[in-house]
Design a protein around this ligand. Structure first.
Ligand SMILES: NC(=O)c1ccc[n+]([C@@H]2O[C@H](COP(=O)([O-])OP(=O)(O)OC[C@H]3O[C@@H](n4cnc5c(N)ncnc54)[C@H](O)[C@@H]3O)[C@@H](O)[C@H]2O)c1
Length: 249
């Protein structure tokens, strides 16, 4: 499966990440279908993709997207509650909540429902790809594709390969990343560790910020302020965790 074979992309799970990921695929020419569980969740994702702080309306207002590209992007994404509507997808990006058993259940369902040649990618924040891929029969076409929030805006994507992942799959996902105007980095799966590269370093930093807060030596706002002003971070370590959980409204 090369990049030219990818005509239809399925995103499993709207939400904070799935909506932004789907928006990015659609904006870069991929026909994209998003599966979530009910009408309310789908409407929430649609609203965030179109009217949210980093949505398509704002991209046009800020001059980042022409009206013609906006119209084309809007026509390239759709929603479903039925997993069978993903059966013809060539690439699936999974963005359901961070629960290993849920992800394995979802991938087992997808493995049965989706075109056998399709690539499966998980946006897990840190589970070993060698654990998640046990749920599928296509382990050579199974990979980690880890985005940052807000997905439409942030540049990097970590590409995590297990021993079973084929070089062709890695190369295809690097080409997909390039088409999405992202910067990909390759990461070797590390069983027993949680968080690939960025999250392992980030979690260590947040843990230290929490320790400082718990010791009562500075307030949360002051901790964020000194890291923003002292190290030119756009967001402080404690403010960052709020945005990641709740979305960037
Ligand atoms: N939030 C972040 O900053 C961030 C960054 C990078 C990676 N991630 C990872 O991305 C994944 C999703 O995180 P999120 O923050 O977007 O979660 P979220 O809770 O905002 O969204 C998850 C969505 O999946 C849906 N869902 C649940 N079960 C489903 C199923 N069987 N089929 C289809 N949809 C289903 C939920 O209804 C929900 O809309 C997690 O693995 C998380 O660790 C999150």
């Amino acid at each position: 499966m090369g990049i030219d074979d990818i005509k239809l992309v399925g995103v499993m799970g709207g939400g904070v990440m799935g909506g932004g990921i789907a928006q990015t695929f659609a904006a870069h020419g991929f026909t994209t279908i998003i599966r979530d569980l009910n009408d309310d969740l789908i409407e929430k994702t649609r609203a965030s993709m179109v009217e949210g702080r980093f949505g398509l309306n704002g991209a046009v207002e800020r001059g980042k997207m022409t009206k013609a590209d906006y119209d084309a992007t809007m026509a390239r994404f759709s929603f479903t509650q039925n997993i069978r509507d993903l059966s013809d997808c060539d690439l699936i990006i999974e963005a359901v909540p961070e629960n290993l058993e849920l992800k394995k259940t979802v991938f087992a369902e997808l493995d049965a429902a989706v075109n056998h040649s399709a690539i499966f990618a998980t946006n897990t924040s840190g589970f070993s790809i060698g654990d998640v891929n046990k749920a599928v029969s296509r382990r050579d076409r199974f990979i980690g594709f880890h985005w940052f929030s807000p997905a439409f805006i942030m540049k990097p994507v970590e590409i995590i390969y297990a021993p079973e992942t084929s070089e062709e799959t890695i190369a295809t996902m690097e080409a997909v990343g390039k088409q999405l105007d992202k910067v990909t980095i390759r990461v070797k799966d590390a069983p027993g560790k949680y968080g690939f590269v960025a999250n392992r370093i980030y979690f260590a930093m947040v843990a230290e910020a929490r320790k400082v807060l718990d010791e009562g030596i500075a307030s949360a706002d002051d901790i964020d302020t000194v890291m923003k002003l002292g190290y030119n971070w756009p967001v402080g370590p404690l403010g960052m965790t709020k945005g990641a959980r709740g979305g960037w409204q």
